[in-house]
Design a binder for this molecule. Structure first.
Ligand code: FES
Length: 126
């Protein structure tokens, strides 16, 4: 009986979790794209699936191209895990200037806590 209550509680908690989150990508000129993406996917994959031209993602997410560079809105930056050493090194290879808010969107995995994430696309990826 107790295990049934635990299971019901777990299922209720899972049901309350959203399956998708909103991501807002802003072009340098101000055009804003509102995407809806599955939890667990990367911001890069969400952008590519939505046909966002400002994300090139030439390497497909294996972190060898830096053409998925974004500037994460400062309000959201603290909610992200810090970049790995490999991401940090690859951020030195971006075509547009690296800023304190620069991240590789292929390394940003969407979680419920990132619902509403805002990032700006750089002027160029090449
Ligand atoms: Fe190539 Fe992110 S897609 S580094």
């Amino acid at each position: 009986m107790a295990s049934a209550r635990v299971l019901q509680s777990f299922l209720s908690a899972v049901a309350d979790e959203p399956a998708t989150v909103a991501v807002h990508l802003v072009e340098p000129g101000g055009t804003r794209h509102a995407l809806v993406a599955p939890i667990g996917t990367s911001v890069m994959r969400a952008a590519v699936a939505a046909g966002i031209d400002g994300i090139k993602a030439d390497c497909g997410g294996v972190m060898t191209c830096a053409t998925c560079h974004v500037y994460v809105d400062a309000d959201w930056l603290a909610r992200l895990p810090p970049p790995s050493d490999d991401e940090d090194a690859m951020l030195e290879m971006t075509a547009a200037p690296r800023l304190a808010t620069s991240r590789l969107s292929c390394q940003l995995q969407l979680t419920p806590a990132l619902d509403g994430l805002v990032a700006t696309l750089p002027e160029t990826q090449y």
